[in-house]
Design a protein around this ligand. Structure first.
Ligand SMILES: NC(=O)c1ccc[n+]([C@@H]2O[C@H](COP(=O)([O-])OP(=O)(O)OC[C@H]3O[C@@H](n4cnc5c(N)ncnc54)[C@H](O)[C@@H]3O)[C@@H](O)[C@H]2O)c1
Length: 464
């Protein structure tokens, strides 16, 4: 059996997600089992409830955060340095879950919901939530440009009594380096004048199962009062707030989570290949293993990882530990493996195309889905980009179809999504991203299908 190749139409299960649950009814922070009972400091809770909250950075995470806070009754100021992004939000031309557009409409109709590119707006706010990008450079080194700029803007305008809550994923010690130290230098020491905390963002944009209203938050403040004030704010939108002893513990928790995912995705890819070598169907094996009630969590193979989390976050940890001379061999291997995955898929596609009989014209290849995960338009670091580039460089005529991505720039070319792929013939179809509700039954039996996702699996298992 050739690696990744499945029958046409494999994995055509719908990806409809269940309806969203209502958010928490009160501002009380729920507790995890075993966690000490604690209530939010009344003074902190009252201040946050009465005041205005700024959300800095209105991207995939910041905008849903601002909307969730607005839906909870907070007065919200959304600040973004990009006028184009603010304009898109005002036009409602943004990538949200279907159920979130009503919340956006309600916010835009509320005169208390403010959108601005002016950082001076922070001065009017009781709390400032920082949610700007933390990518890596081409050399896999943390790129802190936007985070430094955002934190500097917040620190410069901070005032006594404010809560400053950092949520962007970053290295351990970021909160102290970019907020606490500069605040002290400004004469506004945390624990005396301002409240500073870190609470990693953990939602899964595009996935209705993991929005704010269902996702527990971890928070660690500089001092107990900051933790409690931040917990009070987070409890407005999250079902559980788990307090930890410091910003550093919260920062490391996020890096641990996504390092865990990266390593397990790399392992799932390798074991899926191993199954194919042994003539076994990977998902049948994963489903069987997943019946074990403890010690196993299913991860699934795919064409690689994308977005600004899994391909980036573990590098923050690697970079920081390398500076201290600490080795991370397992992490290094996993990150190299996930980075190489799109090339593996492209090589397998080229091997399939080499067996084609008609060499009189370039092979026609169709990618199904190009965003990095189902249900979103986000193509940042999508494996599809590399697969398209490698196949094109090797003489293939590559097209794609994706209802979320109407056009795709590749170097000087701009590809346009194929509206009706069934109307054309293809030498190879590559299953890259299976968006919700997709039906692949149109693919003729005679067309080879390369499916690195191996998603011939029940929807219940896929989404569990
Ligand atoms: N996208 C995800 O799935 C996800 C999930 C969990 C955590 N995170 C983390 O959340 C953070 C934000 O990620 P994202 O995906 O929302 O980013 P994004 O690129 O979608 O959006 C970030 C927004 O911040 C704005 N911005 C940049 N610099 C700014 C500044 N100085 N002041 C104000 N606005 C600024 C940008 O214009 C952009 O609109 C990152 O640290 C990321 O790792 C992301």
């Amino acid at each position: 059996m050739d690696a990744f190749v499945t029958g046409p139409g494999a994995g055509s299960a719908s990806a409809e997600a269940p309806a969203r649950s209502a958010g928490p009814a009160s501002g009380e922070a729920a507790l995890l089992p075993g966690q000490a009972t604690a209530t939010c400091a009344d003074v902190g809770k009252a201040a946050v409830e009465a005041g205005r909250v700024a959300v800095v950075g209105l991207g995939y995470v910041g905008l849903p955060t601002a909307l969730a806070l607005h839906a909870s009754g907070a007065r919200v100021t959304g600040m973004d340095v990009s006028p184009a992004r603010l304009d898109a939000i005002r036009r409602r031309a943004v990538d949200l879950l279907p159920g979130q557009y009503a919340g956006l409409a309600a916010a835009l109709e509320d005169e208390e919901f403010l959108l601005t590119d002016d950082a001076d707006a922070f001065r009017d706010c009781e709390a400032v939530v920082i949610c700007v990008p933390t990518p890596v450079t081409d050399d896999a080194v943390p790129d802190l440009t936007e985070l430094r700029a955002a934190c500097a803007a917040v620190v410069a305008r901070a005032r006594a009594g404010q809560l400053l809550l950092l949520t962007s994923t970053s290295y351990v010690g970021t909160t102290r380096d970019l907020l606490v130290t500069p605040l002290r230098e400004r004469g506004l020491p945390p624990e005396r004048d301002v409240f500073v905390a870190f609470a990693p963002e953990r939602i899964d944009p595009g996935n209705p199962l993991h929005g704010q209203e269902r996702t527990p938050r971890v928070v660690g403040g500089v001092g107990a009062a900051a933790t409690e004030r931040a917990a009070a704010l987070l409890a407005r939108t999250s079902p559980v707030v788990h307090r930890v002893d410091s910003p550093e513990t919260a920062e490391m928790a996020k890096l641990w989570e996504n390092t865990f995912r990266a390593v397990n995705i790399a392992l799932a890819n390798e074991l899926a290949d191993s199954c194919l070598t042994l003539g076994l169907e990977p998902h049948a094996v994963i489903h069987a293993a997943a019946t074990k009630p403890y010690g196993f969590m299913p991860f699934y193979p795919g064409p690689g990882v994308g977005g600004h989390c899994i391909p980036c976050d573990p590098h923050y940890l690697r970079w920081q530990l390398a500076q201290r001379g600490a080795a991370t061999p397992l992490l290094d291997t996993a990150m190299a493996a996930v980075a190489a995955r799109p090339d593996t898929v492209a090589a397998r596609a080229l091997a399939l195309l080499a067996a084609r009989k008609d060499a009189s014209r370039p092979p026609r290849v169709l990618l199904l889905g190009v965003s990095y995960k189902p249900g979103v338009a986000d193509i940042r670091d999508s494996p599809a980009l590399r697969i398209i580039d490698v196949l094109s460089a090797n003489g293939a005529s590559v097209a794609y179809t994706d209802p979320y991505v109407p056009t795709l720039a590749r170097g000087p070319r701009v590809l346009t999504a194929v509206a009706d792929p069934a109307a054309r013939t293809w030498d190879l179809v590559i299953v890259h991203t299976r968006h919700p509700g997709w039906d692949l039954s149109w693919v003729p039996d005679s067309t080879p299908v390369l499916d690195p996702t191996h998603q011939g699996m029940p929807e219940a298992v896929l989404r569990s």
